[in-house]
Design a protein around this ligand. Structure first.
Ligand code: COI
Length: 359
């Protein structure tokens, strides 16, 4: 099959090459952070507007060629996903709830007028990408292979209208911790909002356009020693929503609270999983509005996401006030993280069939 035309001519790969690289990559697994390490292959599948995705292909990882008037470049018609492949102690490779990513991608695609791969196509493409890049899946305990599915308008158009052509692409990179340096010190942003409140906006989908607008806030916060920024709801400016790349939970007197999914915040797959795990452990979990004040008076705060997994929060600063929280191995967030990672890496029994074996 001919590779999709987004590939540059000199980068065309033959499918017969796929999977031939078995030697260990030359990287220090101990030093993985969350930055791009190019791997061997990526996956791409194209379809025209009004049609369905049918057949994709693996190809060597490399730059892609786009028309200057591609929908993604000009009007931000694009969404992405993030999921990980885990190498177990017994040499298996597992994915965690990949069909949830596929379903979320479909919701985002519908919102942005794009065709989307079926759940089966999505999961199969992820598996193919992992298998082709197997040597890049870090050893157990050293990290994971982060997969980045993208769905974007790649056809050329000048007017503001859905692109005439779409590309579903998956690339991957081995990763370690998203945040270096332990528990987070968050700054509450009180000038800019991440998304508009309510269900009419795009805060609840992984639109590429939701991310660059946070850079003003994160750049300033990081320059002042904070790890990340926590955004408030744009309707009242009083309730917490989410950080730049993760959901947030607060714990008070053994009850767990997290902002409800209302269209403005991302329906995180880790968020949903942590709620299930906490309920199974007997905790009361409430999804509702949480004011900044309530968070500042909490016993414990933590963030969840594919990239951050479960990361505890050491402090939150709102205007001139700084609240500090207990952190450490005895905290609930550590217990939840341990169970989640245990299931993801095949160390704990997967009673809910959340994991999917790749090979
Ligand atoms: C993920 O957790 O996969 C995310 O989407 C975060 C990403 C923006 C780094």
């Amino acid at each position: 099959m001919a590779p999709p035309s987004i590939l540059r001519d000199n980068e065309e790969g033959s499918e017969s090459d796929i999977g031939e690289k078995n030697n260990q990559p030359d990287i220090n697994w101990e030093e993985l952070g969350f930055s791009l390490i190019p791997t061997d292959y990526m996956y791409a599948m194209k379809c025209a507007k009004g049609e369905k995705f049918s057949q994709g292909t693996l190809m060597p990882y490399g730059n892609i060629e786009l028309s200057p008037s591609a929908g993604i470049l000009n009007y931000g018609q694009g969404i992405f996903e993030g999921l990980k492949a885990y190498r177990t102690e017994h040499g298996r490779i597992l994915l965690f709830r990949p069909e949830e990513n596929a379903l979320r991608m479909k919701i985002g695609a519908d919102r942005l007028c794009m065709p989307s791969p079926s759940v089966e196509q999505f999961v199969d493409a992820v598996k193919q990408t992992v298998i082709a890049n197997k040597r890049w899946v870090p050893p157990p305990g050293k990290g994971t292979l982060y997969l980045r599915p993208l769905l974007m308008g790649t056809g050329a158009a000048l007017g503001v209208a859905p692109s005439p052509e779409y590309t579903f692409l998956i690339y991957c990179s081995p990763v370690g911790n998203y945040h270096k340096g332990g528990p987070l010190n968050l700054k509450v942003e009180d000038k800019f909002y991440r998304s508009i409140s309510g269900s009419g906006g795009t805060g609840g989908i992984k639109s590429v356009t939701n991310y660059a607008p946070v850079y003003t806030s994160t750049t300033e916060a990081k320059a002042n020693g904070f790890s990340d920024v926590l955004f408030l709801d744009s309707a009242t400016g009083k309730n917490i929503e989410e950080a730049t790349a993760c959901n947030i939970f607060v714990v008070k007197e053994n009850a767990i609270f997290t902002p409800a999914i209302d269209g403005a915040i991302l329906p995180g797959i880790t968020r949903k999983t942590i709620i299930d795990i906490a309920i199974d452990l007997g905790y009361k979990v409430m999804e509702r509005s949480i004011s900044v004040e309530e968070m500042m008076n909490a016993d414990e705060v933590f963030c969840t996401g594919t990239a951050v997994v479960v990361t505890s929060v050491a402090s939150v600063t709102y205007k001139e006030t700084r609240a500090e929280y207990k952190t450490g191995p005895e905290m609930l967030s550590e217990k939840l993280r341990g169970i989640l990672v245990g299931i993801q890496t095949g160390c704990l029994e997967d009673k809910k069939s959340w994991t999917v074996q790749v090979d």
